[in-house]
Design a protein around this ligand. Structure first.
Ligand code: ZN
Length: 221
């Protein structure tokens, strides 16, 4: 296990949010209840992985998303679990979305690599998540982009492949944190195919009940 993969910061109410430096971004009210323990995952920002400048302004939705929608990126199922690979993958997805699809930016709000590294997708999504009161409109699920946060997974999971344990663990962590920050019930986690005609997110859709259970546990462990 790579010790550097997940550097978790455990938050205990608003005091810990101050320690995490999120107060400067406007967070606080989401963690007024000290009984709730959330785990903030490390997320590499667009600056950290060298994203391109979006082609236009990403719309800010000035309310909390009501649900999370899980995707896969249909990238090759690499055995390179490094942070460098996660960054290269984030750049590949952005190039695909901007150059091939003609979108303004990466369509997913966040991406979890096969090695368990989490990267910001649509520029601005990380700051918005830490603030907990708004989100950035992604481009990931037709009809849901102004309601749902899109979280994708590096790899191809529509042909029977299972995600590596590290990827699953980080998916649970980022989903739990997003549910915590935005007050989303863990029951409101879906897969892309619940809304559009697609094979996305493959095996992750089969495992949504497990994901919801583990997210619920992670929020109150
Ligand atoms: Zn999808």
């Amino acid at each position: 296990m790579d010790d550097h993969r997940i550097r978790r910061r455990v938050l205990f109410g608003t005091g810990a949010l101050i320690a995490a430096g999120a107060t400067a971004l406007g967070a606080s009210s989401a963690h007024a209840d000290n009984d709730i323990q959330a785990v903030e995952p490390d997320v590499d920002s667009t600056t950290e992985w060298g994203a391109r400048t979006p082609n236009g302004t990403n719309p800010v939705i000035n309310r909390r998303p009501a649900k999370l929608i899980v995707h896969h990126t249909v990238a090759p199922n690499t055995s390179d679990f490094s942070r460098a690979r996660a960054h290269a993958h984030a750049r590949w997805v952005q190039d695909l979305h901007m150059d091939d699809n003609g979108w303004r930016d990466t369509g997913y709000n966040f991406i979890v690599s096969r090695g368990g590294w989490i990267t910001e997708g649509t520029t601005g999504s990380l700051a918005a998540l830490l603030a907990g009161q708004r989100f950035i409109q992604g481009i990931h699920t037709s009809g849901q982009n102004t309601t749902a946060l899109g979280i994708s997974n590096e790899g191809s999971y529509h042909e029977g492949a299972e995600p590596p344990a590290a990827q699953w663990e980080s998916l649970v962590t980022v989903c739990a944190f997003a549910c915590e920050q935005y007050g989303i019930p863990s029951s409101e986690i879906y897969g892309h195919m619940d809304f559009n005609s697609t094979l996305c997110p493959g095996i992750f859709h089969d495992r949504l009940p497990q994901l919801r259970d583990e997210v619920e546990s992670a929020r109150f462990e």
